[in-house]
Design a protein around this ligand. Structure first.
Ligand code: FAD
Ligand code: SF4
Length: 533
């Protein structure tokens, strides 16, 4: 905190200003900023007089402990917060920063706001809306709890407002990303020629399913060696949360906007041209392929998603990347990312309790250790432990697909995803894990379950050729477990899924099978499931 800004520790005079706050020369507007609000253009800061405001940033146990976060995820967010505080100070703001280890740290954001109100002569609280239900409930309690007016501003870092999404969702029988995405293209003007989509079609996904080969020229994301601030944070995380999942030894995330922009630039120049072609591909020992590795920066606020999409369009218009890459990337950001946020708020806080397929099996231990002889899983989980990162198809079609087929409890699956990825905040993680990957919302988000046998994994990766299981076998000691589990999933959920027109083909194939084969598959699946413990 800037000592010149220290104010007498009373705030009662401001109470009278509750209905119509007028800010006297010695009064302070307190602006709490959270770990996912690290943007200079944040709505709570916009138009404010820097002299009249104190920004509060607090590291609290409540946030570091609501799930057992990956150590690198925690180190990333805390270090990015500390660097952002310095950036804000350099830009002329007064920042009151509370570290996790500070004496008297109350352990909660509300507690820290209460303490900050006592430290400063606060006459008003101003905050950008929360990113998730848990934090929203907390913000909503502040106006009752504190004797100062509380202004909660919309988070304008998203293209689609809550109201727009609700209007879009209203009266629709089905909420499908594709139609929502087209509206976002029209709204943003990205890849549009007047009213028509660039390239004559909205979606080039059919071109984005090529398997990849090992290639020495494959780009690697930039590695940012931890500076002294990050090293301090890593040490602190290791000493407080040493038992949590993850290795910090390979920590290489950018922790400033400047460095995140460098990774953005690196992606645009080196990986984007092939992003589309290999978007769904997986390779042994290659955690990143042609993905951007930008989600931690976008979600914490260091990068602006729309600015990024415009930069992608510039690359396309300059003839440096093909349409399937540019469109594929932009769809992920203004399509999927905005759509899952819309679903999260539309579905309400009870969404997390959804369990349409009544799945109850506990999450196996190997999700935390990576110790399994199924190579696809050990690769996806192993790199998650090392880097706090796995790309979309690994999350959806390896760890997610296995959980779906094995009937794992969707809430446990959700808490795992929320804990292990550096980009995981509930608003984006929950619809992806519970909805898209576990079909626990019964199809609110996805038109069919993303369930696949080993054949899909074999087509999109080289994992199977290095695995101790045989992807072609369905039963027997060497049979790939995904095969019998797939058919067991189909049979087990017949009453719930049979009427889904997109599931017609698997059910037709199941019907055609001889009863003895069905029996063998199901008992093989049962035997395997028993080994999960
Ligand atoms: P790229 O492949 O380079 O994609 C570009 C960008 O598009 C990403 O950075 C991201 O901002 C956006 N994006 C792509 N797909 C999605 C999507 N389905 N939903 C939202 N944004 C998307 N993404 C998160 O940001 N946080 C999560 O906690 C998260 N949990 C997931 C859990 C499951 C089970 C699944 C299937 C997906 C999850 N995703 C999540 C979506 C996606 O897997 C990640 O955004 C992506 O892997 C991040 O890596 P990247 O930056 O290299 O992405
Ligand atoms: Fe995974 Fe089966 Fe392939 Fe092994 S054989 S990598 S378990 S899909």
């Amino acid at each position: 905190m800037n000592p010149k800004r220290t104010r007498p520790s009373f705030w009662k005079p401001c109470i009278a200003l509750q209905s119509a706050p007028r800010y006297g020369a010695d009064m302070t507007i307190l602006i709490p900023i959270f770990g996912d609000q690290l943007s200079h253009g944040l709505s709570s800061l916009a138009g404010q007089d820097k002299i009249a405001c104190v920004i509060l940033m607090a590291e609290v146990d409540e946030e570091t402990e609501y799930v057992p976060h990956h150590k690198s995820k925690m180190a990333y967010i805390l270090s990015a917060m500390r660097h952002h505080a310095e950036d804000l100070r350099s830009a002329g703001w007064t920042v009151d920063y509370v570290k996790l280890t500070d004496a008297n740290n109350s352990g909660s954001l509300t507690g820290e706001v209460a303490r900050a109100i006592e430290r400063h002569n606060v006459c008003a609280l101003r905050v950008t809306e929360a990113g998730e239900w848990r934090v929203k409930a907390m913000l909503d309690s502040w106006s009752d709890r504190f004797d100062v007016p509380v202004t909660i501003l919309p988070d304008d870092r998203f293209l689609c407002t809550h109201g727009e999404f609700e209007r879009w969702a209203k009266d629709r029988k089905q909420l499908r990303m594709e139609f929502f995405y087209r509206d976002m293209r029209r709204k943003s003007g990205l890849l549009m020629n007047g009213d028509a989509p660039e390239g004559g079609q909205w979606n080039f996904d059919a071109e984005n399913r090529k398997p990849a080969k090992h290639d020495l020229t494959m780009p690697k994301p930039l590695h940012f060696a931890p500076n002294a601030v990050t090293q301090d944070v890593i040490q602190m995380v290791e000493s407080r949360y040493g038992a949590n999942i993850g290795q910090t030894g390979k920590f290489g995330f950018a922790v400033t906007r400047e460095d995140a922009l460098q990774q953005q630039q690196h992606f645009l120049a080196h990986a984007l041209p092939n992003f589309g072609d290999y978007q769904d591909a997986m390779l042994t020992g290659e955690p990143f392929l042609w993905h951007s590795i930008l989600s931690p920066y976008i979600n914490s606020g260091l990068l602006d998603p729309l600015e990024l999409c415009r930069a992608v369009e510039v690359q396309y218009r300059a003839g440096k990347v093909p349409i399937n890459a540019a469109e594929g990337f932009i769809r992920q950001v203004i399509g999927w990312r905005e759509y899952v946020r819309g679903i999260y708020w539309h579905a309400g806080p009870e969404y997390v309790e959804s369990n349409a397929l009544a799945a109850t099996r506990p999450l196996p231990e190997f999700y935390w250790t990576g110790k399994t002889d199924m190579l696809c899983l050990s690769q996806a989980i192993g790199q998650t432990i090392a880097h706090s990162y796995a790309h979309h198809i690994q999350r959806l079609m390896i760890t997610g697909n296995f959980a779906l087929l094995a009937g794992l409890d969707p809430k446990q699956v959700h808490r795992w995803y929320l804990a292990v990825y550096a980009d995981a905040y509930e608003w984006v993680e929950l619809p992806n894990s519970l909805g898209m990957s576990q079909f626990a919302d019964g199809g609110m988000l996805a038109s069919k379950p993303y369930a696949a046998s080993g054949a899909y994994i074999n087509r999109m990766s080289d994992y199977c050729s290095h695995c101790r299981y045989d992807v072609k076998q369905r039963v027997g000691p060497k049979a790939c477990p995904f095969n019998a589990l797939y058919w067991d999933f189909i049979a087990r959920n017949e009453t719930k899924l049979r009427k889904n027109p997109r599931m017609a083909m698997p059910y037709k194939n199941w019907e055609r099978m001889a009863d003895a084969d069905k029996e063998k598959l199901r008992s093989h699946a049962q035997l395997f499931l028993e080994t999960l413990g």
